[in-house]
Every structure is written in C-alpha cells, then in structure tokens.
Design a protein around this ligand. Structure first.
Ligand code: PGA
Length: 255
C-alpha cells in the first residue's frame, strides 16, 4: 500500500513529567499551534493530567492517551488503572509495553499482550512498543528480539484488533539518549515489523498498520526518519514537552 494511504500518527509520551497546571500550559500552547495538522496527534500524559487534558482537548484535533493500563476491570491491584477507568475519563489511546515499563517495572511480552487485548476490548487504541537493547543490536539479535516481541504482543489478535493498533519501534539505546537510529536502521526494523505482521495476518492488515519510530526524534532528524516508507509517525518523548519542537514534528508528519 502506498504510505500516504496509511494514517500518520504522531504521539507525545510525556512520561512522568508535568503536573496538571503545567500540562494546561503546554496544551494551551499546542491547541492553537496544531489546529491545521494533517496527521493524527496524540498526547499520552500522566494519569493525574488526564482530566485536564481531556477537558482542554475536547472538540479539538488532539487526542488523549495514557501511558499504561491494567488488564482487569477492577480488583485488588494497588497502583494500577483499569481500562474502564480510562474510557470513562475520555481517553482514546494507551501506550503499552514501553521499554521503561519492561526495564523497571517487570513488564513482559505476556503482560504486554494481556494489557493490549484488554485495551482493545474496551475500545482503547493500544500503541505497543517494541525494540532491542544496545547489547542485542551489537550482538546481531535485533531481528530476533523484535520479531519475538511483535508476535507475543499480538497473540490472539484479530484483523479487526489490528485496525485499531499502532506499533512503535523504539530501539532502547536511542530513547532519551540523544542517539537516534539512522533513518535506514529505523526503516529496516519498521519494515521487518510490517513483514512479521503480514506473516501473522495478511498483506492487507500489514499494509494498513501504522508503525511509528521512537527514540530521540527531534525537529532536526524527523524529516529523514518520517520519509522512510515503513515509518508512519513517531512516538516522541523529550521533544513532546516543548511546544515548538512538538509542533515542528507534527508539521513534518503532516507533509
Ligand atoms: P525520547 O523518548 O524521544 O525522549 O527518546 C521516546 C520514548 O521513550 O517514547
């Protein structure tokens, strides 16, 4: 499929940054700046900012996402947030399996799959993150690792589930480090992800899937990365916290 027929999605991952008051400030800057955006824009904010974000973005072209979701609807899971809670809060997207969750909070391929399925069952759109560690890139196992993560994350998915799913390729060594994958490296692994999805489903499902690149994407390197035929958008950390930078990235993805 021609890339221009796929949805370009630019999502900000605010991580554990910004209080509700600070969130208001950023969003009040983004709302007028992004009015003419010709791509889907999502801001994935901390749980405590969801209320203000949904309120401020209502009726605009900015969609609100969370950064994780539990797979049960309720129960004795201290510290977790359920899909029902996110839906009622007005959230549309949710990041799942970010490498920081895998690295610091015991997230596994299996829990990524459970969370993603629960999100879809409740009408939330998962942004599923995959990506290799530096040592895996260096010892030549990138392909193996990413293929395993994609297959595990998508276990028991239907083609309809895939229509509401985004996959973000985020090489762990490029996250927050200022080291970006070259556009060739990003394009290569995003292509691998699309081929893996084609193998699991079919070419039609794979062609329609939005695949993002994430990892130190910024206004300087975004054009080249987003020009790759299999890169359909970005998952942006640091640069998503700066109105001017995020606006530049959205403009680049809108081209
Ligand atoms: P970064 O983060 O843009 O700051 O590297 C990306 C991410 O972790 O999603």
């Amino acid at each position: 499929m021609d890339k221009s027929k796929r949805a370009a999605v630019l999502a900000g991952n605010w991580k554990m940054n910004k209080t509700p008051e600070e969130a208001k400030e950023i969003l009040n800057g983004l709302l007028p700046a992004l009015k003419g955006a010709d791509c889907t824009v999502v801001v994935c904010v901390p749980y405590t900012d969801l209320g203000v974000a949904v309120e401020l973005c209502r009726g605009s072209n900015i969609h609100v996402g969370a950064q994780n979701v539990h797979f049960k609807e309720s129960g004795a899971y201290t510290g977790e947030i359920s899909p029902l809670m996110l839906v009622e809060a007005g959230v549309e997207y949710v990041i799942i399996g970010h490498s920081e969750r895998r690295q610091y909070f015991g997230e596994t391929d299996e829990t990524v799959n459970l969370r993603a399925k629960a999100a879809l069952e409740h009408g939330l759109k998962p942004i599923i993150c995959v990506g290799e560690l530096l040592e895996e890139r260096e010892n030549g196992t990138t392909e193996q690792v990413v293929t395993r993560q994609v297959k595990a994350a998508l276990a028991d998915f239907t083609a309809e589930d895939m229509a509401n799913t985004i996959i973000a390729y985020e090489p762990v060594w490029a996250i927050g480090t200022g080291k970006t994958a070259t556009s060739e490296q990003a394009g290569e692994v995003c292509g691998l992800i699309r081929r893996t999805v084609a193998g699991l489903f079919d070419a039609k499902v794979a062609d329609a899937l939005t695949i993002q690149y994430g990892g130190s994407m910024n206004p300087k390197n975004c054009d080249e990365l987003l020009a790759q035929p299999d890169v359909d958008g970005g998952l942006i950390g640091g640069a998503a916290l700066k109105v001017d930078d995020f606006t530049a990235l959205v403009n680049s993805a809108s081209k």
